[in-house]
Design a protein around this ligand. Sequence first.
Ligand code: GAL
Length: 698
Amino acid sequence: MAGWGKWALMAVALAGTAAHAQPAADTAPTAFPQRATAYPDRPAIAVGVAWYPEQWPEERWDTDLKMMRDTGFNTVRIGEFAWSRMEPVEGKFDFAWMDRAIAAAQRHGFMVVIGTPTAAPPAWLTQTYPDTLRIDEKGVRAGHGGRRHFSFASQRYRDFSRRIATEMAKRYGRHPAVVGWQIDNEVGPPSWDPEAIAAWHAFLKQRYGTIDNLNKRWTTQYWSQFYNSFDQVPLHQTGQQNPGLLLDFRHFTTRMWTDFIQNQAKAIRPLIDKRSFITTNTMFWNAGFDHFVMHRDLDIASWDNYIPDGRPDWVANGANHDLVRGYKQRNFWLMETQPGRVDWVPVNRALDPGQVREMAWQAVAHGADAILYWQWRPAANGQETYHGAILGQDGKPNPIQPEIARVSADLTRAAPLLADTAPAADVAMLYSYDSRWAIDLQRHHRDFDPIKAFTDFYRPIRVQSQGVHVISPDADLARYRLVVAPNMMVMTETEAAALEAYVRGGGHLVLGPRSGMRDDANALYPRTQPGPLADLLGAEVAQYYALDEGVSLTGAIAGKASIWAEELTPTAPDVRTIATYRDPGGWLDGKAAIVTRKVGSGSITYVGAWLDPATMNTLAADLLAEAKVTPVIAGAHPDFEIAEREGKGKRILIAINHGKDARALTLPAGAKPAGGDWAGGRVAAHGVAWFTLPGSPR
Ligand code: GAL
């Protein structure tokens, strides 16, 4: 969401290869000692803030850094957006100020994350080379003054980006305070400039080989779309276009942004200490590119978690954390989060007292090893003067500062326990970018929002199981007792084979509505849902219906469905129908809505309807019971978010009370309080408590 209030979420970029002449870098060699040891006493959990020293007089830096230390911070992120300060004119670099800023941060004991500044090109660049500017789908070229106004396809822009990133890495790559590198900032959106269009054609050629193949996969014998050559294919992300083209547009943007990031990552990698990470910060449910693909060659995932309206839906927010953890299936950094409020939605409500701390702990519970706030102090001018910050315009702490200092104190205290632990889960949910895009492109029902559909499945499963990993459809499934694919509408034969192997190996698989309907060119399979898994299921969808009002369900799972209903026809004798529609006078009356089949010691279940929350809750309980998934604390009040991190022989239980009242919690046997707001068997209102658990990690 941090993204969609601000700029379109799509992205694409080219593969143009023409070498662009590199002006010689006019910069002194680095004067810093090369890093010989890991950052001394590097804390397991980073806590810190985005600091923009270039916006402030140097005389203020020490005061700010001292106040950051007083807030308990151990990390600053600097450099992103400061391109015009580092390279004020083409090829003339000025790093002296940054040398001093990093040295000051080091003096005050900070770890430093460096952001490459390529989200905000300097005016000399866009003015001298207007071909680097982004062109939108309507053909309008971006102007200077905002950010992200470059074309992701511009080879010239990539060359300039690589050069500034290289200069920074030469200088700071082995600096003892520097622990990580963030490439660019929240990449997106795409461009329709001539290089992008050429890259699109090259991409399609690489993907399909021949134009005949493309014509076949996209079924271009439709509305006279047939193409004689790749360069006839238009570049579109929306509109009345072929669904194959529109899905491939997203594949293309994935390729372009991945290449855009790797262009810098590859350049800096040999120049930086090998213990430093390379990442890029991403946004809430961003649909601009496939994040699993983007992260293949990055070291860690990091993201920017904002709750723009200040009204958290904790479970839904947790789902996005789990997705980010899934990009690499390892812990991540929260690179930005709000000190109270944002400034980019119609009503920028602040979170209530205590909720900033809950946000931090929620992130940690879901696998964050860093909490960095955005930002330290609002610049005197610039586009974001109203955004939440830790200091006010007067340079004094805002009312949120003590709460953030408390977060730092908590995490500093808990860090040794949390070190080398990661969220535990017996349940995986599969998140497929292709399916999300394909559904969004042709929802068939206005309200079939793929994120809501995903979250409606996630909600009761997360609350009841207290641990869910969100992973890519091509991830290894064997370690999970239960795998849920809520809307895997696009399902390749390879993915179907992996799911089948999982079930045959004893796993429990649940498919939601629309599963297995289309291939990865977004074409319909010649058999109905779940397509390549219909034989394993022993049932298939006879017809699907968009609902404008709810329909009742009877049977083992009784309740209601809305938005979407599929009529299932069992084809094998051992298939059990666990929900049947009651729809007097309608097509669905008496037809199967949910079916399940045992396969050895595993099972496959198909849920053909969008269930209302209470019905979903009942179904989730049955699915978890069948897969023998048990929560760490059974029967916790719904205000609680419970999570377990485990690793290196440790098990840590985290309990966050998101409610307004103190709540009792029955701890598992052997749990020992380790910190937080635990007193008299209760966790305080908006409070957090953490405990050690006996036993070994799973
Ligand atoms: C993020 C962005 C930051 C800042 C912040 C404000 O999306 O990365 O630079 O704009 O939003 O919420």
